[in-house]
Write a protein that binds this ligand. Sequence first.
Ligand code: PEP
Ligand code: MN
Length: 463
Amino acid sequence: MNSFLHDSPARAHAFDLSASSHELDALGSWRDRPRVQQPTWPDAESLGQVFSSLRSSPPLVFAGEVDVLRHRLAAAARGEAFLLQGGDCAETFAESGANQIRNKIRTILQMAAVLTYGASVPVVKMGRMAGQFAKPRSADTETRDGVTLPTYRGDAVNGFEFTEASRLPDPERLWRMYTTSAQTLNLMRAFTSGGFADLREVHAWNQGFIAGPGYDRYEELARQIDKAIRFMSAIGADFEALKVVEFYSSHEALLLDYEEALSRIDSRTGEIYGCSGHFLWIGERTRQLDGAHVEFMSRIRNPIGVKLGPEASVEDALRLIDKLDPEREPGRLTFVTRMGAGRIRERLPRLVEGVRDAGAQVTWVTDPMHGNTITSSNGYKTRRFEDILDEVVGFFEVHRAAGTVPGGLHMELTGDDVTEVLGGTGEIDEAGLARRYETLVDPRLNHQQSLELAFLVAEMLGK
Ligand code: PEP
Ligand code: MN
């Protein structure tokens, strides 16, 4: 049975699908604001049909689940839980098969088991999954061999293939985003409630990882976890929490028409929820205070995130809090900082101190990926494992010094053995990137690098 369903009776409710459009009117206020990073759809008629289908389709997530997540994130803000959010930079329709989804979920569960031990608090598990199909881009067009075409904006908008037909935005893709998200969520719910997520199983996988060449430095930590699990078995502990986990979905809420079409009124409270995913975030490129994205997100009840890069000021942070979390509700707002390893120790302190001194509470999460992107000498967009780790270390240092709480990790990762990030014990070098470089946008940690990072962070947390 799904863990969401037997936690409280409030979960078993339905959205009021008959709610008049009038009740959702407030949501349309973003249309009066400057909007960036939105595709130019060529075909108004099929666009209208897709939106009308989306508006009358079932929600992908439910208000009760979203409310539970808000409480979990509030716990992370207080240091009583730790968020692990991970998945592809950009999901694709082609890579949304059962195996890839299972591998990603397994990777996140494996990391979470190690982090739970290290942090001694529950780990909130969240996929950058079941909706992460649209990408902001730094340029509108791309030129190859003298041919200029629109950039790839994610499978929700256009195709990656460099042809005119493929790069043309196609509204049908929005429908496919919905159905692929539904399929992915269905597997996520099944895998995390049907025995696959059993902690003892997950621990056995981690022991398999340690047995690989070069990973023996993590043996001590794995041995301690093993001892803890044996102790639980010996005393006959066999409770539901060992077998069933909560697993949440999240994505960047980029395509506001889609997000609006999937918003629903909760029949319990009359409030509006974004029902395309549990946790939605605003990217670094779309967080303008008076812009359409911030306006839209201010109207929905979900826990939301905002990415903050190295240029973000205390003033930006405080004004975002005023706009997005005027009630100062615990768990409502997460700041996902992505400063870069070289800058985090200089840029993050004033932000966390400014927010702390203003008496506001947000959940602070580190994204050690997006500030550390480089191009290898052989032309791959990549990142160094050591930079990623160093940004995480810097994140903990800054929060410890400020007396604030490091609440979680936001990672780009996959469960497959790709070669997109340099380094790690597997020692992927520049030439090695060519072996299996599959991402269409940003480089992801592979399965081994993800686990290795979890062990290193767990060691840090345990100190
Ligand atoms: C991303 O998360 O893939 C992304 C584009 O991040 P950011 O908005 O932080 O640049
Ligand atoms: Mn990315």
